[in-house]
Write a protein that binds this ligand. Structure first.
Ligand SMILES: NC(=O)c1ccc[n+]([C@@H]2O[C@H](COP(=O)([O-])OP(=O)(O)OC[C@H]3O[C@@H](n4cnc5c(N)ncnc54)[C@H](O)[C@@H]3O)[C@@H](O)[C@H]2O)c1
Length: 253
């Protein structure tokens, strides 16, 4: 098993890609902490992992809240004693509220930036001291092609938040390279999850979105698991500061 003996935190691990990755990490032997604000979803992921003999813990965590993040890191250490992997997956896309710049409210801008950009820094802030003490680790932020392509018209806050993660990934990779902490950005393309169910429900949206993907289909949550496992594993020991796409080719157009 490729993650045997490792302890991984997966934020937003209660649904969609976070859940698939949490289960994938557990199947590869990692003990997994599901840092998830939705208590029911978090419990369901833990149950699924325990059902196949894995080890997991749910913490009721809003990753944009400093006290929640501190408590989640402490709970991880209390239960498992170390932290090897931080998978910063939790994200929001405020469909119907995100807007063009001059139409965007402060509230939507601030909430989107708080969850999608500030939180990956905040979780790193509290996890890194333990990785430094242990002699290394792997941090994976989850981006989007919207971070550098104008492929989601009207999604100002979301696009800006995901663009910010490219800079965050690169500077953290540089700052912690000598400490053996690898920091990478995993970029999913359009993927069928609860996040975009309202978009997919719009007439013709599914066909239009699939047509923008060279491989000709919308992704499934399981499509990101192989790359997420690789980046968390020792096989990726010489990878840092990278932007890794798993998007069916949509950002190649
Ligand atoms: N689905 C897509 O098409 C797509 C495309 C590119 C990038 N992404 C990114 O991939 C990541 C996962 O997306 P998904 O589609 O699986 O999302 P999802 O909405 O299906 O699942 C996200 C999970 O994060 C949790 N969450 C939300 N805010 C949180 C918070 N403040 N604290 C803790 N947990 C919180 C939710 O409760 C949910 O369980 C996100 O960062 C998203 O921006 C998604």
């Amino acid at each position: 098993m490729r993650l045997q003996g490792k302890v991984a935190i997966v934020t937003g691990g209660g649904a969609g890609m976070g859940r698939a990755v949490a289960e994938g990490y557990a199947r590869e032997g990692a003990a997994v902490v599901i840092a998830e604000v939705d208590v029911q979803r978090g419990a369901e992921t833990v149950e699924a992992i325990l059902s196949f003999g894995g080890d997991a813990l749910h913490t009721a965590t809003d990753v944009s809240n400093r006290r929640d993040v501190e408590a989640m890191v402490q709970a991880t250490l209390n239960r498992f004693g170390r932290i090897d992997v931080l998978y910063n997956n939790a994200g929001v896309q405020m469909i119907g509220k995100d807007a063009r710049a001059h139409e965007l409210s402060d509230e939507v801008w601030e909430r989107t930036i708080a969850v999608n950009l500030r939180a990956p820094w905040l979780t790193s802030r509290y996890v890194i001291p333990h990785m430094l003490r242990q002699g290394g680790g792997s941090i994976i932020h989850v981006g989007s092609p919207t971070g550098w392509l104008g492929c989601a018209p009207g999604y100002t806050a979301y696009s800006a938040s995901k663009g910010g993660l490219i800079g965050l990934t690169r500077i953290m990779a540089v700052d912690y390279g000598r400490d053996n902490i690898c920091v990478n950005l995993l970029v999913p393309g359009t993927t069928e999850t609860p996040l975009i169910q309202d978009v997919l429900a719009q007439e013709g949206a599914r066909q239009r979105l699939a047509a923008a993907i060279p491989l000709g289909r919308i992704g499934a949550p399981e499509d990101v698991v192989g790359l997420a496992v690789f980046l968390a594993s020792d096989e990726a020991r010489f990878c840092t500061g990278g932007v890794f796409m798993v998007d069916g080719g949509m950002s190649a157009i």
